[in-house]
Design a protein around this ligand. Sequence first.
Ligand code: GSH
Length: 219
Amino acid sequence: MIPTITVFERSPDRGMGQARDMRVRWALEEVGQAYDVRLVSFSAMKQPAHLALHPFGQIPTYEDGDLALFESGAIVFHIAQHHAGLLPDDANARARAITWMFAALNTVEPPILERVSPMLLQYDKTNYEQRRPIVEKRIRDRVGQLSDRLGDADWLDGAFSAGDLVMVGVLRRLNGSGLLDPNLAAYVARGEARPAFKRAYEAQLAVFTAASAGYPHLQ
Ligand SMILES: N[C@@H](CCC(=O)N[C@@H](CS)C(=O)NCC(=O)O)C(=O)O
């Protein structure tokens, strides 16, 4: 029996690996755990069957035997706790790696989402243009602090960990934006160069490519 995750049937990012199943896929690939994928449409996500798994009607979810989880961070944490390779054995180092997961999701991702959401969800564009300088300054300040902390290290705290996996997953949303300094851009590139990342990326892209076959406007 292998875990099953849910992912967008047709991801709005056109398979660029920005949907949050990417983090979960990447974690599963890092630890060498095979998994099944169940595709869900936007409307199916809001139906009772999916809401029973995910109270907010979103992806990703994770099912393994009688365990069902939602929230990408919690899922990555669960995978990291149950397999070797994503969290250090030393208790203090482990706590610090977990701290970086929370920092990625609670401190770094929110300002980045303020920039991404209007682009993805097609809402409030005029209003966003007025707010753009403030939003971008907030992002630059936050990622600047992160870059200072990273310094010239490869990863945030010793060896690559679930903290780096989630942080790189969050920062990737800024690829091509000019908001990442060269130091953080190189950090993201190091994450994206990992074979496990590449396998996860290809797998999620294959879902989008297959779903959009026959829909030329999506290709
Ligand atoms: N905090 C949640 C956020 C989940 C989330 O926003 N999922 C998006 C895809 S990346 C989604 O399902 N959006 C569709 C919707 O909200 O209707 C997590 O990290 O899993």
